[in-house]
Design a protein around this ligand. Structure first.
Ligand code: HEM
Length: 376
């Protein structure tokens, strides 16, 4: 499905980087304006109207969430992650060694189950297949509930309740908390807030990074020369590490060409740069990442562009968004995806089997992607 994207491309071509799509709705594609507006204090995230008692953070919810973000920050940064790398590598190794080789893999199913296992383990401090399954069910139902079927909304509420209750049960049964629960409890947050925080993190860390991994595997399967070089780099390091410049560049370039979060919405809470309060701003990492003024050969998959001296402007590279509501786990995501990619390449050779149908829905994802897998 490319219609929403086609509409944005047409609009972006007709404007000069800041284009009025309809009354009160502006598309921002100029990198400098993207950075200024997204990072501005006068922009707020547009909240979903579909909130229930279970998912509500209460009247001062935004302040509480921002405090949770600050408390969680050290837990999600690179220095803290160093100790997590062997665990991530071990989980990835176990999962990918089960792939049929030679055989064909359904890339969505494999990447979702692998990424979810890694993130549940990291966030809770221990694995839980039951929670992975509940998160998957809730997200699938949330996708269906975007369509106007009353039954879909009811099922979604049940699924939200089930996820919330399972996380609260997990918290209650841990007198000595681990993972992010321990960090947040030490900061004095109560049970309801810790439950909501873990739930937000688990939902956010499920489909989005798995989609990025799926795109990376697709790009490597269609660029065998890059795949060979990345495999050589990975196999030269028998010990688990994220210090793999080419594998990391593959992830960065994949996130440039295929940002899973391909559009972002914000609302102005104060007049900003000539636009009135209440204006809705639409940003598209996908469009900004393919701007020829920022990237030579913007449609080409060229991980080698990410050499030591290459630093695109923040508004030209924003797979994790920018500003106060930027992804709090960008370092965790880059590290885990690099480590997992290395594990895949050490075990398997990837070749195309069924081409993806790119979606531009809630996420930009490679629907129907299948890869032929051979022993490395
Ligand atoms: C490749 C992987 C990832 C990408 C591309 C990504 C991208 C993003 C983007 C673009 C946003 C902003 C969305 C918006 O404003 O509408 C976001 C928010 C968020 N992400 Fe990520 N993310 C990734 C992985 C993760 C992981 C692994 C976690 C948790 C462990 C995570 C947790 C969150 C949370 C909690 C938010 C909401 C922040 C807020 O609203 O204040 N993300 N992410």
């Amino acid at each position: 499905m490319t219609e929403p994207l086609d509409a944005l491309i047409t609009a972006a071509r007709s404007g000069r980087g800041v284009t009025e799509l309809e009354r009160g709705l502006w598309l921002v594609t100029d990198p400098t304006e993207t950075e200024r507006l997204l990072a501005s204090k006068g922009t707020s995230t547009v909240r979903s109207a579909r909130r229930t008692g279970f998912t509500s953070w209460g009247p001062n919810g935004l302040d509480t969430w921002m405090a949770v973000r600050r408390a969680a920050h050290p837990f999600l940064t690179a220095s803290r992650l160093t100790s997590a790398i062997p665990v991530i590598a071990e989980q990835a190794e176990r999962a990918v060694s089960g792939w049929p080789s030679p055989g064909v893999v359904d890339v969505r199913d494999e990447t979702v189950s692998l990424i979810s296992a890694v993130n549940v383990r990291h966030l809770l401090g221990e694995p839980s297949e039951a929670l992975s399954a509940l998160v998957e069910r809730e997200l699938v139902l949330a996708g269906r509930a975007r369509r106007p079927f009353p039954l879909a909304s009811r099922r979604l509420r049940h699924a939200q309740r089930a996820t919330y209750s399972a996380i609260r049960q997990h918290i209650r049964s841990r007198p000595s908390p681990t993972g992010l629960q321990a960090v947040l409890t030490d900061h004095g947050f109560g049970e309801h807030t810790v439950t909501l925080a873990l739930r937000t993190m688990l939902l956010s860390s499920h489909h989005v990074p798995a989609t990025a991994l799926a795109w990376a595997l697709h790009e490597l399967s269609t660029h065998p020369d890059v795949q060979e070089s990345a495999r050589a780099e990975a196999t030269a390091h028998p010990e688990p590490t994220a210090d793999l410049p080419l594998c990391r560049a593959v992830i960065r370039e994949t996130l440039r060409l295929h940002p899973p979060v391909w559009q972002l919405r914000r609302q102005l809470t104060a007049p900003t740069r000539g636009l009135p309060t209440g204006t809705t701003l639409l940003f598209s990492p996908y469009l900004n990442h393919r701007d020829p003024n920022s990237y030579p050969e913007p449609s080409g998959f060229r991980p080698q562009r990410w050499g030591p001296g290459f630093h695109p402007a923040p508004g030209a590279y924003l797979p994790f968004a920018l500003g106060p509501r930027t992804c709090p786990a960008s370092q965790l995501a880059l590290t885990q995806l690099t480590v997992i990619l290395a594990a895949v390449l050490k075990n398997h050779r990837l070749t195309p089997h069924r081409d993806p149908a790119p979606t531009f829905d809630a996420l930009h994802a490679p629907r129907h992607l299948r890869l032929r897998v051979l022993p490395a």
